[in-house]
Design a protein around this ligand. Sequence first.
Ligand code: LMR
Length: 398
Amino acid sequence: VFSPVELAPRDPILGLNEAFGADTRANKVNLGVGVYCNEEGKVPLLRAVQKAEEARVAEHAARAYLPIDGLAPYDLAVQKLLFGTDSALLQSGRLITAQSLGGTGALKLGADFLYRQAEKRLVAISNPSWENHRSLFEAAGYEVVDYPYYDPATNGLNLDGMLAGLEALPEGTVVVLHACCHNPTGVDLALADWAKVIDVVTRRKHVPFLDIAYQGFGENLEDDAFAVRLFAESGLPFLIASSFSKSFSLYGERVGALTMVTANQGETAPVLSQLKRVIRTNYSNPPTHGAKVVAAVLNSPELYQLWEEELAEMRDRIRHMRIALVEKLQAAGVQTDVDFIQRQRGMFSYSGLTKEQVARLADEFGIYAVSSGRICVAALNTSNIDAVANAMAAVMKD
Ligand code: LMR
């Protein structure tokens, strides 16, 4: 049974952790995976999380199964964060939220759900997109195409191309949209652009699937939810995959959610019943810890405030690292325009480094980045930034 099995390639992002782990150089730097590290180079345990965990441990609670769709106070808190506490949608009977295994788990639930329900088996992702989008939807049985997104000439958005691309897709295509902090480019739509996207999506009867894994890493929690809220106002049915991996620094707990906004109240019960079947036949029901912690923070005004402050600290530190990186690249003699690094949002910079330059960074300097040229700015700190800037400058100048 196992003899015909062929070796699969390493994962383009998580595979870098393996290569980084095997590197014996003391000054190695991992700019691959999207993980925030603090000034000491460590993944932080947020104080708000620590407080919620202390309270939880003190409870000595038994571990019964959670409901198939997850912890109810968690699901409700997710909805409030996405749509706003005063959103009419919260009372509309049109919302379904299921706790998921991170944002990836949410995407997979949505993919499996849509695949079983309809002939909607074409998915369009941005060019470029998060490496796992294509693989995940292909593994779920879809044909995956892309729509124009990034313009290398301006290091910005190709809005006209994007709108034309969405227009040209067959009616009813599932369209994956990054709600904020686009991964990998860090290039987001301006607020006015979203209305144009919604217009095309509505006319073409596409199925919008919003991916929001970095809420709070762009401007703030409210502004980063702008696209979600505009879709909510449009009255369209749509799906959202959200994640607390980054915003709560709870990567390993796999805390995310799939939210579906139905067209009317009548659709909600059947949709939820089918989603529960998808979950039950995959992993039965979700784990407890991460959702309990996140729900405790989101539902406590005091912990919520603390969390928001810590999120702002992470966001501001990343911004400072962007500014410092640009200055240091210029000081190291890079002649090409690198100011765009400061304009990009979220954890990543789409640096413009070629595949060959990325390979040289790893081979010669022990600095690991994604082969697309994406670097995780959130992994820079004052101790490693000089080495990174000098190494980048060296491979860019040759
Ligand atoms: C990333 O893009 O690096 C993160 O979303 C982590 C992952 O799962 O790929």
